[in-house]
Ligand binder design. Structure first.
Ligand SMILES: [Fe+2]
Ligand SMILES: [Fe+2]
Length: 169
């Protein structure tokens, strides 16, 4: 399995090569309103959306179970690691909503891991259910919740290079 930095690079390449998509594909296009203003978190969110779109594409294209399964697993792995990085950043900044935010992450993580178990057990609807769930959740969570991090990062007066180790592996 590739390291996180490799995944990040792959995700970004995929994101910037993203086309408009065929009719019927539920692709999410990155918009300025998704930007929360914390570079590493924004980059992570772009990777997540790219992976979500890649999973949707492999599914629509009727790719093999191995191909769909590898994107499926990378998306889930990246989602879980992103949550950990984001929470570490919140800890460093003294973010007051950390406990509640962590609970939201936990609920989402439990749900996606449930889909992962279902997929491994051979459930044919697990990919579609994960796509439906994350398509709905991702943008809503970024715009509605993650966006609050910015003022805390700025208020913490931590230089970006000091924050970097917190959001990287
Ligand atoms: Fe979050
Ligand atoms: Fe996030």
């Amino acid at each position: 399995m590739a390291g996180l930095r490799d995944l990040f690079q792959e995700g970004r390449r995929g994101f910037f090569q993203q086309g408009a998509g065929a009719p019927g594909m539920s692709l999410i296009r990155w918009q300025d309103t998704f930007t929360i203003g914390v570079a590493d978190i924004d980059a992570d969110h772009q990777v997540l959306i790219s992976l979500l779109n890649q999973l949707s594409e492999t599914r629509e294209e009727g790719q093999s179970r191995d191909v769909v399964g590898s994107v499926f697993n990378v998306l889930i792995e990246y989602t879980i690691k992103h949550f950990a990085r984001e929470e570490r950043l919140m800890e460093l900044c003294g973010f007051s909503g950390l406990a509640e935010h962590r609970q939201q992450h936990q609920r989402i993580a439990e749900r996606v891991q449930k889909y992962q178990r279902q997929y491994e057990a051979g459930c044919h609807t697990a990919v579609d259910e994960l796509l439906d769930f994350l398509n709905n959740w991702l943008v809503e969570h970024i715009i509605g919740e993650d966006t609050h991090i910015r003022s805390w990062v700025e208020g913490a007066c931590i230089a970006p290079r000091e924050l970097a180790p917190a959001v990287q592996e």
